[in-house]
Ligand binder design. Structure first.
Ligand code: SAH
Length: 334
């Protein structure tokens, strides 16, 4: 008989993607990501000294080893993927096998060898922060294992919105379907528009000030709060055209002696999360000082909780009403 908790196909696929060394190479080579974790942990050795630490989704074990170097008494790393076999070897060749216990399995299904942990460390962020994200798992571990007053590294995430001029690239991606070898391919435009693009946005393309849309505090957030609908307001900083909204996130380790953070925004150093681009169906002509009011909502899709349904709506009231526009756009990240 099949096990009662046979994993959905999408789950199998998700964990399999982390079996391969290539994805771990990409994450480890993301120096903004990995160095920020390293700094947050090393610069706060006083918080890690003699503590029991849980590394949720340990991958190759990098965060577990940072924690040992910072003085942790015991670190438990959990990962469902077969990469944990390599983590075991890596930990051994670095002489840390006595401090780090690695458990292969789904966080929600295994039992830790301890009843409580003092600190949870995890790198759970996905594109657009929440796509394919495993934050649910971190919250599950928090509620089950974290001692009252325990620490979560990182503990804050902020989602920002802005708008960009992107005529050339939009034409390449969306306009392309207007004429394909002499044929009208516009039926493809709808599907192309419905998928947010994960790509790097040049700072000079950004037309508006950024707007903080949503903040997550990992000490208090509930799984339900990861489905949200929030307003944002964008003020144009110059006269320009607007072809898309973009989103990015910042991550904060606020319980440090000196707060440590990084941004995945267009103003910051490259990270593998890049930015997420939501094209609008047409374009806006906006003047300096005018504002766009919008709403963004995000929730896991019914079919696969790791995919997202994202809806962006906006209302642009221009000084000259012929330029005013508004619409509601639905996107799927899958
Ligand atoms: N901590 C590592 C890897 C981060 S990637 C690093 O910073 O380099 C996230 C890892 O979490 C993946 O290896 C994935 O297999 C694992 N993971 C995600 N959800 C999980 C769950 N529910 N149970 C166990 N492992 C999980």
């Amino acid at each position: 008989m099949e096990g009662a908790n046979k994993m959905a196909h999408s789950e199998v696929h998700y964990f399999q993607s982390y079996n391969h060394h290539g994805i771990h190479e990409e994450m480890l080579k993301d120096e903004v990501r990995t160095n920020t974790y390293k700094n947050a942990i090393y610069q706060n050795a006083h918080l890690f000294k003699d503590k029991v630490v849980l590394d949720v989704g340990c991958g190759t074990g990098i965060l577990s080893m940072f924690a040992v170097k910072a003085g942790a008494k015991q670190v438990i790393g959990v990962d469902m993927s077969t990469i944990i076999e390599k983590a075991r070897e890596i930990v051994a060749v670095n002489g840390m096998s006595d401090k780090i216990t690695l458990i292969q399995g789904k966080m929600e299904e295994i039992t830790l060898p301890v009843d409580k942990v003092d600190i949870i460390i995890s790198e759970w962020m996905g594109y657009f922060l929440l796509y394919e994200s495993m934050l649910d798992t971190v919250l599950w571990a928090r509620d089950r294992y974290l001692v009252p007053g325990g620490l979560i590294f990182p503990d804050k995430a902020h989602i920002y919105m802005a708008a960009i001029e992107d005529g050339d690239y939009k034409d390449e991606k969306i306009g392309f379907w207007n004429n394909v070898y002499g044929f009208n391919y516009t039926p493809m435009q709808k599907v192309a528009l419905a998928e947010p693009l994960v790509d790097t946005v040049e700072l000079k393309a950004v037309v508006t000030k950024p707007s903080l849309a949503y903040s997550i505090d990992l000490y208090t957030v509930k799984v339900e709060d990861l489905s949200f609908s929030v307003p944002f307001t964008l003020e144009c900083e110059r006269n320009d055209y607007i072809h898309a909204f973009i989103s990015w996130f910042d991550i904060e380790f606020s319980k440090c002696h000196k707060p440590v953070k990084f941004s995945t925004g267009p103003h910051a150093k490259y990270t593998h999360w890049k930015q997420t681009v939501f094209y609008i169906s047409d374009y806006l002509i906006c003047n300096k000082g005018e504002t766009i009011s919008g709403q963004i909502s995000s929730k896991p899709t019914e079919r696969n909780p790791r995919d997202l349904d994202v809806v962006v709506s906006y209302q642009f009231e221009a000084q000259d009403p012929t330029r005013s526009r508004g619409e509601t756009l639905s996107y799927k990240m899958c």
